[in-house]
Design a protein around this ligand. Sequence first.
Ligand SMILES: [Zn+2]
Length: 262
Amino acid sequence: MADRPAGAGSDSSRRWPAALAAVTVAGLAVAQAAPGFTGFRPVRRRLFPQLAGQGDPGHVALTFDDGPDPCSTPRFATVLADHGVRGTFFLLGSMVERAPWLAADLAAAGHEIGVHGYDHRYLPARMPSAARSDLRRATDLIERVTGSRPRFFRPPYGVLSGPALLVARELGLTPVLWGAWGREWTPGSTPDSVYQTLARNLAGGVTVLLHDSDCTSPAGSSQAALGALPRLLAECADRGLRVGPLREHWPAQVTRQSARDR
Ligand SMILES: [Zn+2]
């Protein structure tokens, strides 16, 4: 009887299922909310370097969110082509549906295509089933349109949820956030303000976030980002930093992946 928990009896036996349920619900709530903490950049950079986009110290990963947008994305593609640079475009399924040809053009030009979800909605506020079907739908659509399966996933607003993490894993997607951004969505942003904001965190190994569409931001945001892009590329060239897509940001990992694929 000594190893019987104190107080265990018919009363506590009746209470236990309710207590277990409460603990389980609390645990699930934490599991659902915890990845949201990765939204804090200092935390994620220290604890989750790959999630924070930290890679090869001689390389800067260039990423664009929210496209493909026929009004603005082709201008980004032109600037990148003029500089002989490729980037990673995190596409929204809802935007791909409207301009599938543009998603295919980006892939054909050698840019890497990542998934930004189907709808641009905050994942922790969604039902697990909705988060799962959103990511699956966007990934399948992108594969159909571009002919290749995306490897990287960036959640809307940079905030993950437990169910989204699980389905990303099932789909073979690696979540990646960023380490430097231009905050081009803030009112009154200009190419100079975007560049100055980016420059604060610009360093070898960082992942840069810009937006090639205004679909979730005030009108003119992507124009400010576009204006900052040549200066960003020139600064990286001056510092001897290579600029490219995420697939070139973790060369050792890509090598391991290719070996597995063979
Ligand atoms: Zn976005």
